[in-house]
Design a protein around this ligand. Sequence first.
Ligand SMILES: [Zn+2]
Length: 283
Amino acid sequence: MTPVVARLVGAGLLLSTLPGLAGCAARRPAPAPAGIAALSLADTTFHWIERSAPGFRVHFQAGSYAAAHQDSLVGRLPSAAAHARELIGAPALQGPIDLFFIESRTEMNRLIGTRRATGFADPPSRTVLVMTNAGWRAFERHEIMHVVAGQAWGPAAPGTDWLVEGLAQAADGFCAGHPNEEVAWALARRHGWIPLRDVLTRFRAQPDLRAYLQAASFTAFLLREAGADALRGLWHGGATLDTRLAGHTLAELDTRWRADLSAQWIPEPGQLERIEAVGCGEA
Ligand SMILES: [Zn+2]
């Protein structure tokens, strides 16, 4: 999965003040790349090819797998952003997302200083980095949701990593070609569910794959049951087992979500082991 560098994404990033555009009908140039995007473009060890799509500046490294597949990769970005906005009722972004397709963990390390990540998002500067190659599909929907939510709602409260990542992975929707819910269910059948108390309070201490998929499935359920405004309240205010949404405590909703889960998947021998070993993105 994309063990996204959520410590970088979720913690400590502040939304810079956005220019107020209300009442301004003048066409203004798109804001220049900022933050990690500006630093990445200034790195002369990379040779970037720039493409554009509605709402995006897209950057490919010359000679990469992604550059060879740039038309199809560019083509799927606008619908990914629209999907993310629709999920939480977010307004249009106030500038383009700078999205970089990266070939390898080595390159990711050169750009953001860690090999752990196959995806990275910096909501304040609307920057996304995603790794893709012949053996790994890009998690652009996950990272774009980080930007859309961060721009619409601002910084998430401390202790809401489960919601920040749950929402992003819910927007992506899939793990190894299966819906999040199916893989979460298969993992829970093998290992048990992570108690909600631990999801809420010790998300980063849990096994990545199980925690991300469980949070994604639960967050998608909460979106359906309580709506985006309720999740926005948790985003800013945090959540405990007793937090009430749509007339129920989160603990009650957790019980209902698992009882209602209809996505059941019995993997072939070795299939789940492979996903647990390499993550959700093997192409
Ligand atoms: Zn993430």
